[in-house]
Design a binder for this molecule. Structure first.
Ligand code: NAP
Ligand code: COA
Length: 271
């Protein structure tokens, strides 16, 4: 149980919550006493996540679904809300990424990331609103530095996450009167994640990345989870429409630093 945050009696739904940063978020809320629901495509990952989260003692539900499928998203949110007394915190974190120059992406490759990250976030929020416990509910979208730092090999993710942040801002304006806050969390390079395995796959790329962080280290999943515990609760009651970097200062220097690590390791792709 978190000694700082108390989410007993609250329900948290994490789309894409079965691994990595999003599982870390789910685990932190479970540790603070919340009921949990997690969703992602692979049944084995869903089952494993439900098993681990159940160790905290509160109810945990899991759904194997693709966020690109609106009907499946809607059905899972409705079922979780019915069984867990509505939804107090809705996290949209499902995402896909692979490094590739734009000219090496098929139209379907670009579309896949747009559909998972951007359309998927719309689906989760569009279907989720009806089930939020209002007023007081909080929505958190997982964004990325690519939303505002153009990075080579990341045209799909840059476009998708910039769109996610605009969803955050527009939803915050439309839903504020209903007592629903909507914010984006922007993780920097977080260690031991699928995202970093794909973007910094070699020791050299890891070193370049780490050296470009002002705080001099990779982030930890708990760095992101801690920010979410604060952001979803009463301490952040006046925060909405915000895009909040939790990145050790990584994005401060912009593309010259953050993008350089990405560019250098794949420079051969542009010759
Ligand atoms: P991850 O472990 O691969 O997390 C992605 C999650 O989304 C998984 O649970 C995955 O499970 C699920 N997912 C993927 N496609 C889906 C789909 N179509 N429908 C439903 N679920 C889907 O990766 P991560 O690196 O921790 O990233 C988590 C979030 O943080 C992402 O939003 C990412 O953009 C953001 N982020 C990460 C970093 C980083 O350093 N890693 C930096 C900035 C932002 P299934 O395979 O079972 O579907
Ligand atoms: N370079 C270029 N194109 C690629 C690629 C790469 N490295 N990897 C996949 N693609 C293309 C595929 O060839 C396909 O295009 P095509 O139909 O024209 O051949 C398209 O992307 C979709 O691939 P597919 O594997 O069918 O999609 P999917 O929906 O099963 O998986 C991905 C989505 C591609 C994003 C996959 O990487 C994934 O599931 N990622 C989730 C985990 C993740 O990325 N975590 C990190 C989050 S930051």
């Amino acid at each position: 149980m978190s000694r700082t945050f108390d989410y007993r009696g609250k329900t948290v739904f994490v789309a894409g919550g079965t691994s990595g940063i999003n599982f870390g978020i789910a685990e932190a809320f479970a540790g603070a006493g919340a009921r949990l629901a997690v969703a992602s495509r692979r049944q084995d990952k869903v089952d494993a996540a439900v098993g681990r989260l159940s160790g905290h003692g509160e109810a945990v539900l899991g759904y194997a679904l693709d966020v690109r499928d609106y009907a499946a998203v809607e059905a899972a949110l409705a079922d979780a809300a019915r069984r867990l007394s509505g939804i107090d915190v809705l996290v949209s974190g499902a995402a896909g990424n692979f490094p590739a120059p734009a000219l090496a992406m098929s139209a379907n490759a670009f579309k896949s990331v747009i559909d998972i990250d951007l359309l998927g976030t719309f689906h989760v929020l569009r279907a989720g609103f009806a089930h939020l416990n209002k007023p007081g509910a909080s929505v958190i979208n997982l964004s990325a530095p690519q939303a505002y730092i153009p990075m080579p090999l990341q045209m799909h993710v840059c476009a998708a996450k910039a769109g996610v942040d605009m969803i955050t801002r527009v939803a915050a304006m439309e839903w504020g009167r209903a007592g629903v806050r909507v914010n984006s969390i922007v993780p920097g390079p977080i260690d031991d994640t699928e995202g970093m395995k794909r973007l910094a796959p070699t020791p050299q790329a890891r070193k370049l990345t780490q050296d470009s962080v002002p705080l001099g280290r990779f982030g930890d999943k708990r760095d992101i989870a801690g920010a979410c515990l604060w952001l979803a609760g009463p301490e952040a009651a006046y925060v909405t429409g915000a895009v909040i970097p939790i990145d050790g200062g990584w994005s401060l220097a912009g593309v010259s630093v953050a993008g350089a690590g990405m560019f250098d390791q794949f420079a051969g792709a542009f010759r």
